[in-house]
Design a protein around this ligand. Structure first.
Ligand code: G3P
Ligand code: CA
Length: 260
């Protein structure tokens, strides 16, 4: 696929607790993000959805079905509707051995609530999810980042599978660091030219480690893109991608990444 020049980078990767330390606490709750911080996470990773009344909330899916006790599409619900939901009990029911009474009744946070809770001393790794479903999502995100002085602090990365969403952000805020997520289904088709195109607006890429190898990592790094791999949950696989010299690891188990 590529002409290779080998590099060796055995430095400790950036630890990105995926949806918080989501192996141990309900994903995308303050509890999961706090645990991620405790487990030496370098970022708080959050996915965005937007309510009917244009509030950005943190949730992976377009529906509330999987991670709350409600049903329905976020885009058809107001923030007041969302705030009625229990975002923690599902975890206790699904993972009884990890159940914790403190998770019962947890709320779905807004992006702003997460920022207000953690302040400016932590780093945020924010994904525009389903941006085609939510016109104005990028503008609202930039408004919030500016309000919370996140742009000046240089403590935020924005990721998306959507090149259109990233290009829009790049045109609105050219100095904002962006990460192009590459869908698992198409990563094997990615060429060096494609990586050069991504470099025009993106600082790094996010890829499924199961679909790449060390050569792919080396080529992306040669093109001055950092490489963050998702979602690596076992010790052996964490060791393997560290051997490749990846720059960062999305993981539900941040505690499994060795100190050195
Ligand atoms: O955000 C990085 C990667 O984990 C993307 O996958 O679906 O968990 O947001 P997802
Ligand atoms: Ca994500």
């Amino acid at each position: 696929q590529f002409d290779i020049v080998r590099t060796s980078t055995l430095t400790k990767p950036t630890i990105i607790p995926h949806r918080g330390a989501s192996a141990y606490a309900p994903e995308h709750t303050i509890a999961a993000y706090e645990l991620g911080e405790t487990m030496n996470g370098d970022y708080i990773e959050l996915d965005l959805q937007m309510t009917k009344d244009n509030h950005l909330i943190v949730m992976h899916d377009e529906t509330v079905n999987r991670t709350t006790n409600g049903t329905g599409l976020v885009r058809n619900m107001t923030l007041a509707d969302i705030k009625q939901l229990d975002a923690g009990s599902w975890f206790n029911e699904r993972y009884p051995r990890l159940a914790n009474k403190a998770y019962v009744g947890l709320k779905v946070p807004t992006l702003e609530e997460v920022m207000e809770h953690f302040g400016n001393d932590v780093r945020f790794y924010i994904e525009t999810k389903a941006p085609g479903v939510y016109p104005g999502m990028e503008e609202e995100l930039l408004r919030i980042l500016k309000k919370h002085e996140m742009l000046e602090e240089r403590n935020v990365l924005i990721q998306s599978f959507s090149p259109d969403s990233l290009l829009k952000l790049h045109s609105l805020q050219p100095d904002l660091p962006l990460v192009q997520l590459i869908p698992s289904a198409s990563v094997e088709e990615v060429t060096r030219e494609d990586l050069k195109d991504m470099k025009a607006y993106s600082s790094g890429i996010g890829v499924n480690y199961k679909k790449i190898d060390e050569d792919f990592v080396n080529v992306a790094q040669e093109e001055s893109l950092f490489v963050h791999v998702y979602t690596v949950n076992g010790k052996r696989d964490i060791g393997r991608v560290m051997e490749w010299g990846v720059d960062g690891i999305f993981t539900n188990h941040p505690d499994l990444i060795p100190e050195k």
